[in-house]
Design a binder for this molecule. Structure first.
Ligand code: P5A
Ligand code: ZN
Length: 471
């Protein structure tokens, strides 16, 4: 497999592949809004299936809140409104009539959900309360918009919101959420780093923010999920209280965490190559495509065998490509679309009691015995997932560098990008100066002890931070 264009001309590769592989149509006439093709929508459905299962296993219940948020609720939390005010779309009219109270298109749903938490929560026995929804949200992004990566309509916003009776319980929930997202990204074979955002870049209204980032081949990172400990900040603003065990009214402790279409972007980019997509089996609309290889006079025999094979593979997502095209053209199509496994069935395979299999990830061609074929295919799909995961992790880890000082860090970030780790004092002015000098962003601090002095100012270091150019 080659990854030349994938590595060197990311934007070109990305725009071409999402269109040609029929993930998104980018021709919708509003900036930052895109249309899901049916094939892309299937990928989205399988990705959501994974996160839904993980959340529900841990007791989250799915709900649905309105898209519109009245201005007075939206403006209640001072930090929150400050963080979002220049990104909000407003509905000001109903027909020709101006509305008494303007309505915000949710950029996220804290201010839609928490007024309801106030009426739902009465006592400690109402908690933990753990809900989630999958909705579209709107953010008037001013930075360069890009399909799935920086959207003005985020079409796949999975947000979870929880309430607890103590700070410790909320802390436990943050750990659970981080665990859920790790399992989610592992299932999708997407490598990640976890770091705590610097205080000046936390989610507006949060105590602190933990972020997941992945690395793209051209050297920049993408934030693909965040977990926020909200403490009692929103509870105070929205008056969400409960009667604690001592019989007193106390404000609840909250967390929220979210992911978006960016997860799907990562799935496409991290595993792709010059031939197009390479989808991990868990997210692939078609896990294996069967291509009948017709030879003169043997068409019926091949078709019957293909039909039997498809029956035996029931439970897997299988597609038979019976189009009147040359096999080579079909191979090319399914490679572009990222189907993890190709099965070829011709007279020679039938005679030998086997099928021919070709892996999308490595291009490796082999044969599987016809007897016990389902187990054989399942094992191969598992192998593909494992090697995609390992390859992606290796690739990311090979581009994380620990640097002793800025002279070491600067050329790395400039020439090949990736993630650089340095010791840091924790001071805001120093952090911002660091970002400026290296022309990068701080992703956050990681759970590792610093060994030297601050790479920015030379004072005592308190943290190790990660820096990268970001999307
Ligand atoms: C957590 C869920 C929140 O909004 N409220 C509910 C919290 N956090 S966040 O960090 O602001 O957003 C969550 C994740 O959404 C992705 N994201 C985007 N994806 C595509 N286009 C955008 N314009 C966009 N903005 C944010 C990020 O992955 C972020 O981590
Ligand atoms: Zn410093």
């Amino acid at each position: 497999m080659t990854r030349e264009r994938w590595r060197s001309s990311f934007s070109e590769w990305y725009n071409e592949v999402i269109e040609r592989a029929q993930i998104l149509d980018v021709r919708y006439p509003v900036k930052g809004l895109y249309v899901w093709f049916p094939y892309g929508f299937q990928v989205r459905k399988h990705v959501l299936g994974v996160i839904r299962r993980l959340l529900e296993e841990k007791g989250h219940q799915e709900t649905l809140f309105p898209l519109l948020i009245p201005e007075d609720e939206f403006a209640k939390e001072a930090q929150h409104i400050k963080g979002f005010e220049d990104e909000v779309y407003w509905v000001t009219h109903g027909g020709l009539e101006p509305l008494n109270v303007k309505l915000a298109l949710r950029p996220t749903s804290e201010t839609a959900i928490y007024p309801m938490f106030k009426v739902w929560i009465r006592s400690h026995s109402d908690m933990p309360l753990k809900i989630y929804q999958v909705v579209n949200t709107f953010r008037y992004e001013t930075k360069h918009t890009r399909p799935l990566i920086r959207l003005r309509e985020i079409t796949t916003f999975k947000e979870a919101h929880t309430a607890h009776a103590s700070w410790e319980d909320a802390e436990g929930q943050v750990r659970e959420a981080v665990g859920i997202y790790k399992a989610f990204f592992d299932a999708l074979c997407i490598p990640y780093t976890v770091s705590r955002r610097p205080p000046w870049d936390k989610f507006p209204g949060a105590e602190y923010t933990t972020a997941f980032d992945t690395l793209f081949p051209e050297g920049r990172t993408l934030q693909i999920g965040t977990v926020h400990n909200l403490g009692q900040n929103f509870a105070r603003t929205f008056g969400i209280t409960f009667e604690n065990l001592k019989g007193e009214q106390e404000h609840v402790y909250q967390t929220c965490y979210g992911i978006s279409d960016r997860v799907i972007a990562s799935l496409l980019v991290v595993h792709g190559d010059d031939k197009g997509l390479c989808l991990p089996p868990v997210a692939a609309p078609i896990q294996a495509v069967i291509i009948p290889i017709w030879f003169k006079g043997k068409g019926d025999e091949v078709n019957q065998e293909v039909a039997r094979l498809k029956d035996e593979l029931a439970g897997l997502r299988i597609h038979v490509d019976g189009r009147e095209l040359r096999p080579g053209n079909k191979f090319y199509d399914w490679e572009l679309k990222g189907v993890p496994l190709r099965i070829e069935v011709g007279p020679k395979d039938i005679a030998a009691g086997q099928v021919t299999v070709v892996r999308r990830d490595t291009g490796e061609k082999g044969a599987l015995p016809r007897a016990g074929i389902k187990e054989g295919i399942e094992r191969l799909l598992d192998d593909i997932a494992t090697s995609l995961r390992e390859r992606a992790w290796k690739e990311m880890e090979s581009r994380i560098a620990k640097c002793a000082n800025l002279d070491e860090a600067a050329p790395i970030l400039k020439e090949r990008g990736g993630i650089v780790r340095v010791d840091w004092c924790g001071d805001e002015a120093c952090g911002k100066a660091l970002e400026e000098r290296l022309d990068t962003d701080i992703l956050g601090t990681i759970e590792e002890q610093p060994k030297g002095l601050c790479a920015g100012c030379g004072h005592e270091a308190k943290h190790v931070i990660q820096l990268a150019r970001t999307f």
